[in-house]
Write a protein that binds this ligand. Sequence first.
Ligand code: NAD
Length: 416
Amino acid sequence: MSEVLNPFAIAQAQFDKAAVILQLDQDMAAFLRQPMREYHFTIPVRMDDGSTRVFRGYRVQYSDARGPAKGGIRFHPEETVDTIRALAAWMTWKTAVVDIPLGGGKGGVICNPKELSQTELERLSRGYMRAIARYVGLTKDVPAPDVYTDPQIMAWMMDEYEVLVGHHEAGVITGKPLALGGSAGRDQATARGGIYTVREAGKVLGLDLQGATAAIQGYGNAGTFAHNLAQSVLGLKVVAVSDSRGGIVNWEGLDPAAVQAHKRQTGSVLGFPEAEEISNSELLELDVLVLFPAALENVITGQNAGQLKARIVAELANGPTTPQADNVLYENGVYVIPDFLCNAGGVTVSYFEMVQNAYQFYWDEGMVNERLDRKMTAAFHAVHQMAQRMQVNNRVAAYLVAVDRVAQAVKLRGWI
Ligand code: NAD
């Protein structure tokens, strides 16, 4: 039987499993398995040649029961509303599992930003914000960067919003450049948060991470910082990394600064001297202690899960493991740190950015990292203990912790 790969179908199946274990009543389950609110709209953009193109945009506010919705905006040619719904659901569970007072949302535009000039991209970004301005704000819904959107795009969107509302409100959006109210430590927060969860996993499993081996799939924001921090914070020896063109391995360890310099010069990790080339699928099956999927969804499937040799899989990417693969990994005793726990460092520091914007008072990087560590460590242990108590895998346990928190908020509000 072929595996279901529609992300929203996967998100709902994962939720349904948790709802049964939590014995949620039917009305609560029906309420929480779908988004509370969705906006679908068109964005007319004047192109550089004088013509006008109409783009399709979305903003999904999956839940604001625990606080303002929170989640990124993606600019992607193959964007679908189901992908956005799934990601908005995962944001809801992610903010709940790290226990920050926010809900979950996500947005997107169907477009190919690589085909747009900078001025067209700016007009599209401002157009997107004009379409959603009345529905977002520090106390309603706070977007952030995601696939193919960056701090510059956040700066344009923030500016457009402030022009429309007539006052400063930097906290309407996070992931801004530092000079416009961004937070110290935001660039490496996703990887750093994941590294703290691996450190805690090492403790509960009784594994010594110092000098142990690791492999990283994906060498973008999450993957490169994971390489630096796996070495500097945990003492792990990263022996293999990859990007979309393929991977490299050296069992003596890969120096992060040297690999990153090579990637900057050549555009890929391939061709790095003193390493052998391997494919992305071979990388996943290497005999390492820790595997970090940090690229795409659905890379660990029912097909290859049985071949994985890692003891810990730390999911920096969203959705890298299919439900079928989850069952195989659990049976084989692989300790999976599920995505919405492992990569929650990004949204946690985005929340810190909102707090700093609201107070107009900024923290140094040491303070950000220390507070991030406390949040991630507490979240890790809440999930680990739930998994032990309920005898379920960590992904189900993370759902149990998160869904229970959101359901409590819904109940206390008297919605259900
Ligand atoms: P990015 O665009 O910076 O990097 C993605 C990397 O994946 C690139 O190196 C690319 O070459 C590589 N890649 C693409 N296709 C590949 C393939 N087929 N095989 C191997 N590698 C491939 O993206 P990012 O921000 O690092 O995000 C990576 C993952 O982490 C995504 O799933 C994202 O949703 C998740 N994530 C990122 C953040 C964040 O703050 N950056 C937060 C939460 C989750």
